[in-house]
Write a protein that binds this ligand. Structure first.
Ligand code: ZN
Length: 295
C-alpha cells in the first residue's frame, strides 16, 4: 500500500507478514458462484476455482497515522519471539520494526497505540522481549484498549492463542501504567484537534472498535476485523469462523457496507493484501464491491 494522504492525515502501512487459511474453513458458506462473482473485480492467485483448493490470503499489518506532529499506530500484529499454541504465528522473527523505520519512525516516536480489539494478531508488538521479560515496544506511547474486550479476555479465557497474547502483550502494558481504557464514542485525538474517534463495531470480538478519522479530507475508516477478505463484500452474510458473535458480526458488516457504499470514505481493513485501502461501491440490488486505491 502506498501512503494515503487525506487532508492533514497521512496513513502508512507497516507490514508484518501474510497468512493463508483454507477458504472452506474460514468461510464455509461461500460457493463457487460467489468466487466467480468476486473474480469480476478481484483477482488473487490463492483463490482457486475449485472451493476445495481455494485459500484466503490475509495480510497482517499495522496502520501508521501521522497528523499534526503526532504518530498513532493502529493494531500491532503478532509480534516476535512469542510462544503461541497456533504454530504458524509462534516464535516469529519478522522485520516489523525495520519496516516501521522504513516508514520513517522509530518505536520511541510513537505517541499512541490503538488496538481495535485484543486478538493475538492485533496486540503482539505492544511488547518485545528484553532480557527475558516482555517490555513495552513503544515506551513513549499511551496504549488504548477497549473496555469490553479487556473485560472479556480477562475472564473468558477460552482460546489458548488469545490467552497467551493477553498475558505477554496486554498485561505488561497494564502493569507498566501505559494503558488507557476506552469506550466507543471516545475521541482519541481531542488533545490535538478534532478528527479521530471510535465507534462500536462489535461482533468479531465483543468490543471490536472501529477508528474513524476525518482531518480535512475524505473520511478514513480503520475497520479492524469487520472484514478479513474482499469475498466478504460479495457475501457479507456468510459466517466467518473467527467471529465471536456471528449474528452481530454479520449485522455490523451489512451496516458498514450500506452506510458507506458510494461515498468518499476510504476503508483500511486490517487484513486486505496488496493495495489494502479502498472505497465501497454498491448497486441497487445490494451487491457490493471494493474499489482498491492504487497499490
Ligand atoms: Zn485480525
Amino acid at each position: 500500500m502506498r501512503d494515503v494522504v487525506l487532508g492533514r492525515l497521512r496513513v502508512s502501512r507497516v507490514y508484518e507478514g501474510d497468512g493463508v487459511i483454507p477458504l472452506a474453513v474460514a468461510l464455509p458458506g461461500i460457493t463457487e458462484q460467489d468466487l466467480a462473482r468476486l473474480r469480476r473485480w478481484y483477482w488473487d492467485p490463492d483463490l482457486a476455482d475449485a472451493l476445495g483448493q481455494a485459500n484466503m490470503r490475509i495480510s497482517v499489518h499495522s496502520f501508521l497515522l501521522r497528523i499534526d506532529g503526532r504518530n498513532i499506530l493502529i493494531d500491532t500484529c503478532c509480534g516476535n519471539d512469542k510462544k503461541r499454541s497456533l504454530a504458524s504465528v509462534s516464535d516469529l522473527k519478522s522485520p516489523y520494526l525495520e519496516n516501521l523505520v522504513h516508514a520513517g519512525l522509530r518505536p520511541e516516536d510513537i505517541h499512541l497505540v490503538m488496538c481495535t480489539h485484543l486478538h493475538f494478531d492485533h496486540v503482539g508488538w505492544n511488547t518485545r522481549l528484553r532480557d527475558g521479560s516482555w517490555v513495552p515496544t513503544f515506551p513513549n506511547a499511551r496504549y488504548l484498549f477497549g473496555r469490553k474486550d479487556l473485560d472479556f479476555f480477562r475472564t473468558q479465557r477460552h482460546e489458548a492463542t488469545h490467552r497467551e497474547a493477553f498475558d505477554d502483550s496486554v498485561v505488561p502494558i497494564l502493569d507498566a501504567g501505559l494503558a488507557d481504557i476506552v469506550d466507543p464514542e471516545t475521541r482519541i485525538h481531542k488533545e490535538i484537534g478534532a478528527g479521530i474517534w471510535l465507534e462500536d463495531v462489535s461482533g468479531h470480538s465483543p468490543g471490536n472498535l472501529c477508528v474513524i478519522a476525518e482531518c480535512g479530507g475524505d473520511r478514513a475508516i480503520f475497520s479492524g476485523d469487520c472484514f478479513h477478505h474482499p469475498i466478504q463484500l460479495v457475501r457479507p452474510d456468510a459466517e466467518f469462523f473467527a467471529d465471536e458473535n456471528p449474528t452481530k458480526a454479520r449485522a455490523t458488516r451489512e451496516r458498514l457496507l450500506a452506510g458507506y457504499a458510494n461515498t468518499n470514505a476510504i476503508f483500511f481493513p486490517a487484513h486486505f493484501t496488496g493495495a489494502t485501502a479502498g472505497r465501497v461501491e454498491g448497486d441497487r440490488e445490494g451487491n457490493f464491491k471494493f474499489r482498491f486505491l492504487q497499490a
